[in-house]
Design a protein around this ligand. Structure first.
Ligand code: ZN
Ligand code: ZN
Length: 409
């Protein structure tokens, strides 16, 4: 266990952040994740960090606040919080987030409170959000199994066994075995996703057409100069990093105004501490014009109504049905994992790097190039065992991209 935890921490610092000597990273983690966070801090100093800023959050306190604080506080964003984010941007402080909350942490919280807090952060946090989405700072999100989360994934196991089983699953999909070679395995993995991204880039599809037996029939137009990217990203200074561990996806941006038809979710979505299940969305010229969820519809609606851009898609990602995460047979109730078990889409902001030169464009130029803008970005899973995706080239040729849930190449 200890060997694996150390290998995991080093993977996050060396591959996730790819921390460089002299940098000052900031790490946020739940108090329960302290054993991993401390090893990450140690690894950062070992690699020459100038300083490491550790920020712990307590899920129990966060929940109490949402349930009991004065209504007005959710519309406030204190200047010190903005100053903190702006400082991270100025210092190009690499960001490591260690997740692991109860998927239903905010059950019974009024969705309006969550929506108000997200809206209040919208403008003040924009420079920071832009720096992250444009890869001007190294960033990585990873997870730490907690007892409440494990209970959700393994409801039939006693608490200690559930936690052990979740650790096994997390280590397996993160390619951590305890032999000290996770970093090498990740370098191989990055090569493999880069190969497929290149094939997709060479096709330069005009649009993708999704169909499956759930009833999905969706056409997604791609921006003229879109770029497919895999596991790794790069800062303007050329420092490669991996934003999500684990990651299996190859993704780009759709044209915000070029999505038409209906898509059915393939898996439940843990959204802002609540579950949304069995839902579909209907699109017209990019806009979500109708939706329905059997469970948690109010939370899905609150998120889609967060701002105008939340009504449009910002990401299209291809993931093999036959992926290490899907092959665990588990539903993680954590998007960081579940999105890597399934082809997914995201409503909300696009990553500007998904279009040639996008990172250097103004907001208006990005929009004109097809990139959606929003304070939101919510991935939801659409890939089923029988998903078919056909790419259409600019000269009208149809190329199978996904057959029976898996890449055709
Ligand atoms: Zn994605
Ligand atoms: Zn995403």
């Amino acid at each position: 266990m200890d060997n694996k935890l150390k290998e995991y921490a080093e993977l996050l610092v060396d591959v996730g952040l790819n921390l460089q000597p002299g940098q000052t990273p900031h790490i946020s983690a739940s108090i329960e994740a302290a054993p991993l966070a401390r090893l990450c801090v140690e690894a950062c100093y070992d690699r020459g960090a100038r300083n490491v800023i550790m920020e712990y959050v307590d899920d129990v306190v966060s929940r109490q606040r949402y349930l009991r604080a004065d209504e007005a506080v959710f519309s406030e964003y204190p200047p010190y919080a903005k100053a903190r984010l702006d400082w991270f941007v100025e210092k190009k402080s690499p960001s490591l987030s260690i997740l692991g909350s109860d998927p239903e942490l905010f059950k019974d919280v009024d969705p309006a409170r969550i929506q108000a807090a997200q809206r209040a952060a919208g403008e003040p946090a924009k420079p920071y959000r832009d720096a992250v989405t444009a890869s001007r700072i190294q960033w990585c999100g990873a997870a730490y199994p907690t007892a409440v989360w494990a209970k959700k994934v393994f409801p039939d196991l006693p608490e200690d066994q559930a936690l052990a089983a979740l650790w096994d699953a997390v280590y397996a999909v993160c390619r951590v075995t305890g032999d000290g070679k996770a970093v090498e395995r990740w370098q191989e993995h990055i090569k493999a996703t880069t190969r497929r991204a290149k094939i997709l880039n060479d096709y330069n599809f005009k649009s993708l057409h999704y169909t499956n037996s759930l009833g999905t029939d969706l056409t997604v137009e791609l921006p003229e100069h879109h770029i497919w990217a895999g596991a790794a990203d790069r800062t303007p200074e050329g420092v490669g990093f991996v934003p999500n561990i684990p990651t299996e996806e190859i993704f780009t941006a759709p044209r915000w105004d070029g999505v038409n038809g209906r898509v059915y979710a393939a898996m439940p979505l843990a959204l802002d501490g609540n579950l949304v299940e069995n839902f579909w969305m209907e699109f017209k010229d990019g806009r979500i014009v109708d939706l329905h969820a059997e469970k948690g519809e109010e939370h899905l609606r609150a998120s889609v109504d967060l701002d105008e851009g939340s009504r449009y898609l910002g990401e299209v990602a291809l993931v093999q049905y036959d992926s290490p995460i899907r092959n665990t047979g588990l539903l993680f109730y954590e998007t960081l994992f579940d999105e890597n078990a399934s082809c997914h889409l995201a409503f909300g902001a696009a990553y500007p790097g998904c279009v040639k030169g996008g990172n250097d464009m103004s907001a208006e130029e990005q929009k004109a190039a097809g990139l959606n803008q929003s304070i939101n970005h919510i991935d939801f899973m659409v890939g089923t065992k029988d998903l078919r995706v056909v790419g259409v080239t600019h000269d009208g040729k149809e190329v199978p991209v996904f057959v029976d849930g898996n890449f055709a190449f």
